[in-house]
Design a protein around this ligand. Sequence first.
Ligand SMILES: N[C@@H](CCC(=O)N[C@@H](CS)C(=O)NCC(=O)O)C(=O)O
Length: 199
Amino acid sequence: MMTLYSIGISPFGRKIKVLLKELGMENQVEVKPTQTLEDPAFLISANPLGKIPVLKTPDHGDISNSPLIARYLIERAGPQAAVKADWEALKLEALCDGALEAALLLVYRKRFDLVGGDTYFQRQADKVRRTLDRLEALASGFTAGEGVPTLGEIQVVVLAEYLAFRQPVGDWRDGRPQLSAFVDRMAARPSFLATQPAD
Ligand SMILES: N[C@@H](CCC(=O)N[C@@H](CS)C(=O)NCC(=O)O)C(=O)O
């Protein structure tokens, strides 16, 4: 049994939880709820960056950074893995992860009552909005249809639902009908329903 350090709200942790379900590997991993702001010793020892998710593996020790964890799990699932992680999927994953990093900065700004830096935070909000506009343009080409999302398509849904939950940039759906339709279709899958963001 492997262990995943994560917590309900973490969008990077959610990527891994959705992936595990789509790969049918859920029963190989137990989740250890991890509050990063408390810097628990087990987390710092596994990842000096103090970030989640971290996956404890039998053959490669502690793996942190969700793209690496995803790669490990897909490799472990074997050549018939249900979730595709080809170059298009990886580029989409990286784009959504980047927007999430920017969105997290906006959320932390509020949480830690940061004062000043308006231009810097405006730039973060711009990154998120531009990403959403790009996703709207790409949405008609997403391959999932009614089937299994690619790794990148998983992260599109995770991003949209994180933005809906934390509201760092207003309504992500505004003016983005194709993206909205895609997210609505995917969000009804059991893997997403079972991993809704929660505090
Ligand atoms: N690039 C990392 C980002 C991980 C990340 O930023 N995780 C957040 C929670 S969603 C975190 O641990 N924040 C605590 C901190 O930055 O101290 C990944 O993909 O795993």
